[in-house]
Design a protein around this ligand. Structure first.
Ligand code: T5A
Length: 209
């Protein structure tokens, strides 16, 4: 039985997740109970997960098939959940993850066209059990706007290099799951300034605590 809380950040490329997670890190550091928080990222967050991240995002020699890619994301997630997230939640920590299974629904499910959101959710339950975020911040930004932000950020990884159509499907996948599990979603207009976005995030987290 979880005693802690599980918060995730989601959104398409360049929606500003890293910017917000960094702001949150600074805010948490200023709190008297900062050791109650744990920040992780996906793919990654464990030694094996970080190796998988390098392979998933930058391995060009023998590109994974869509299904192989899906399984690599799940391998990284499984390691992170069992070794880091579940133990931390059992200790009563607030775990904050930069991406989780909603990314798989949007990228592999919808954009790669591998399977439906419902099938990804079933697979998720099979692999990591019934762990589900208590709160998900979805930073919603149009792919067109995201592409403008990306022009200065080089080099791009394998997934970032996919075209606009792919990223439009990613957005569709996010909208679908945000609607399906609306009780845990906080949808934020990511075209606002970083400070405006952070105010929403901070007040939601304070409310939850
Ligand atoms: N993936 C991941 C899957 O396909 N399936 C999965 O199951 C999982 C878990 C992960 C990749 O893997 C894929 C998704 C990803 O393609 P990543 O490094 O985590 O790779 O990639 P992203 O999360 O996309 O990281 P990015 O750095 O691309 O985007 P961020 O973190 O959303 O954006 P950020 O904060 O770095 O900002 C991007 C730019 O925008 C500016 C920033 O200064 C920066 O230049 N910016 C703003 N500009 C204007 N207004 C704002 N509010 C701004 N906020 C930031």
């Amino acid at each position: 039985m979880n005693k802690g809380k599980f918060i995730t950040f989601e959104g398409g490329e360049a929606c500003g997740k890293t910017t917000q997670v960094n702001k949150l890190k600074e805010y948490i550091a200023s709190l008297p109970n900062s050791d109650r928080f744990l920040l992780v990222r996906e793919p990654g967050g464990t030694a094996l997960g970080e190796e998988l991240r390098r392979l998933i995002l930058n391995y060009e020699t023998d590109k994974p098939t869509a299904m192989a890619e899906l399984m690599m994301f799940f391998a990284s997630r499984c390691q992170l959940v069992e070794k880091v997230i579940k133990p931390a939640l059992a200790e009563g920590k607030i775990v904050i993850a930069d991406r989780f299974y909603d990314s798989t629904i949007a990228y592999q499910g919808e954009a790669r066209g591998l399977m439906s959101a419902e099938e990804i959710l079933s697979l998720t339950r099979l692999i990591i059990g019934d762990l589900k975020p208590d709160l998900t911040f979805y930073l919603k930004l149009s792919p067109e706007e995201a592409f403008k932000r990306k022009t200065n950020a080089l080099p791009l990884d394998r997934i970032e290099k996919e075209g606009i159509l792919f990223h439009q499907k990613v957005a569709k996948g996010y909208d679908y799951i945000a609607n399906l599990e609306s009780e845990r979603f906080c949808v934020i207009d990511a075209s606002k300034t970083p400070d405006e976005i952070f105010e929403v995030i901070k007040s939601k987290i304070e409310e939850m605590m």
